[in-house]
Design a protein around this ligand. Structure first.
Ligand SMILES: Cc1ncc(C[n+]2csc(CCOP(=O)(O)OP(=O)(O)O)c2C)c(N)n1
Ligand code: SF4
Length: 251
């Protein structure tokens, strides 16, 4: 019997696989969900993929769709411009928590506030991974990082930023907002699909945060990595939908 082969999304670019993320990295899982969502919605020819700087940039050649790579958080305005100039495209901005919530947060806030008809997918791995694992706005209390060697101390450095809650608070009706996790890929793919459908329906801004892993900078083995994503992160970052205008339409 031949070994069963992993099913690769049709929208992935085979020549660039295996991909460049570290073993155990969550980025590949989030992008698999996105690839399957693109396939299932049949939008590969219309999709435009933008990735940020940070480890997300390793996905610049990930898909067989038109792709662009930009700087910290600027993926959101670049993708906004592409969407405005080509309204028939389905535009996706992909970034990390450092890019979306810190260095480029103004772009996320203003695109969400204007209800731009784009989809932002943000992988939250609680650190600035590409630059060596420094503390990010999403770093958990007591979490040790390169710049918080004794653990994040919230009184002086603040509590972890809750991005989807912020986006939900500043968006108008029409916006779709959810937080998924690589610990539940079926659910995460469902959220990404609904976000893309929200854009296809022209309702406005859609945002999905994915709780993700960075074993390289967390310095965790497989078991510890999974426990951190499944248990520790979800104590502070609640998984679920925060805004779903399609559900409201059917009520
Ligand atoms: C304006 C700017 N400031 C700082 C940097 C350096 N830099 C490159 S990647 C990165 C961290 C990215 O972290 P995140 O967005 O969380 O993505 P991750 O690598 O964790 O996936 C930083 C600080 C930069 N490229 N541009
Ligand atoms: S450093 Fe972390 S986020 Fe970057 S590719 Fe490796 S595991 Fe993934």
């Amino acid at each position: 019997m031949p070994e069963p082969q992993p099913v690769i999304p049709r929208s992935w670019r085979i020549e660039t696989k295996p991909h460049k993320f570290c073993p155990g990295c969550g980025h590949g899982l989030v992008l698999k969900c996105l690839g399957e969502a693109i396939d299932e919605l049949g939008i590969q020819q219309r999709a435009v993929f933008g990735c940020d700087i940070g480890c997300s940039l390793l996905s610049f050649d990930f898909f067989n769709v038109d792709s662009v790579q930009t700087h910290h958080g600027r993926t959101t305005p670049v993708i906004t411009g592409i969407k405005r100039a080509n309204p028939e495209t389905i535009c996706i901005a992909y970034m990390g928590d450092g890019g979306g919530y810190a260095i480029g947060s103004q772009h996320l806030v203003n695109a969400a506030g204007r209800n731009e008809n784009i989809t932002v997918i943000l992988a939250n791995n609680t650190v600035y991974a590409m630059t060596g694992g420094q503390m990010a706005p999403t770093t958990m209390p007591n979490q040790k990082t390169e710049t918080s060697p004794y653990g994040r101390e919230p009184v002086t450095t603040g509590y972890p930023m809750r991005g989807p809650e912020m986006v939900a608070a500043i968006t108008r009706e029409g916006a779709y907002v959810a937080r998924g996790t690589i610990a539940n890929l079926r659910q995460l793919k469902g959220y990404i699909k609904k976000a893309l459908e929200n854009q296809m329906a022209g309702r406005g801004f859609s945002f999905v945060e994915a709780l993700s892993s960075c074993p390289t900078n967390w310095r965790t083995n497989a078991k510890e990595t999974w426990r951190f994503v499944e248990k520790d992160m979800t104590t502070h970052f609640k998984v679920g939908e925060l805004k779903n205008p399609a559900a409201a339409d059917t009520q």
